[in-house]
Design a protein around this ligand. Structure first.
Ligand SMILES: Cc1cc2nc3c(=O)[nH]c(=O)nc-3n(C[C@H](O)[C@H](O)[C@H](O)COP(=O)(O)O)c2cc1C
Length: 162
């Protein structure tokens, strides 16, 4: 059984592609899974859990997360290490930038996990985001629409900090 899980929700494939790149960068064995087909109770089988979502509508979680997030709220993740990543578009949606990441953060914050992978807001131009927690993003933020040239460096730096 791999020790890492990367669980993603992705509509057009951006978050899925990023999840695949993360899997290559993470040390150790990694299982990559879509939340559309994953049994949430199996989260307990992994020591390090990375959860990724894009944001849709006006600040909504990616669709496949909608039912899974309720199950996430009910899990006891004591002893697990959890990191989050979110994709959004700051120029198109500056008032709800990566809000989905914030919704995931709210769901896991009461689950008892060790939370890692918070990320500075410097270098992102947005007006409001539910993903900002005490001045930092609740996880890695990537903007494939307008800052894809920064993604490689951000991924490498984030993985080194986990
Ligand atoms: C209709 C629509 C609504 C969106 N709403 C938001 C939003 O509220 N906030 C945000 O940061 N990005 C928003 N986005 C941008 C997506 O999150 C972004 O394109 C992302 O890379 C898509 O990833 P996916 O293919 O993994 O779902 C929206 C995009 C579309 C097309």
């Amino acid at each position: 059984m791999p020790s890492n899980l990367i669980l993603f929700g992705s509509t057009l494939g951006d978050t899925e592609r990023i999840a695949g790149r993360l899997a290559k960068l993470l040390p150790g064995e990694t299982r990559l899974a879509s939340v559309a087909t994953f049994r949430m109770a199996s989260l307990m089988d992994f020591d390090r859990i990375l959860l990724g979502t894009s944001t849709w509508g006006a600040g909504d979680l990616q669709d496949d997360w909608e039912s899974a997030v309720g199950q996430l709220r009910g899990l006891d993740l004591t002893g697990k290490t959890v990191a989050l990543f979110g994709l959004g578009d700051a120029s198109g949606y500056p008032d709800t930038f990566v809000d989905g990441l914030g919704i995931l953060h709210e769901a896991v914050s009461k689950a008892g996990a060790v939370r890692v992978g918070y990320w500075p807001t410097d270098g992102y131009a947005f007006d409001a985001s539910r993903a900002v927690v005490e001045g930092r993003f609740a996880g890695l933020v990537l903007d494939e629409a307008s800052q894809s040239h920064l993604t490689e460096e951000r991924l490498g730096r984030w993985v080194r900090e986990l």
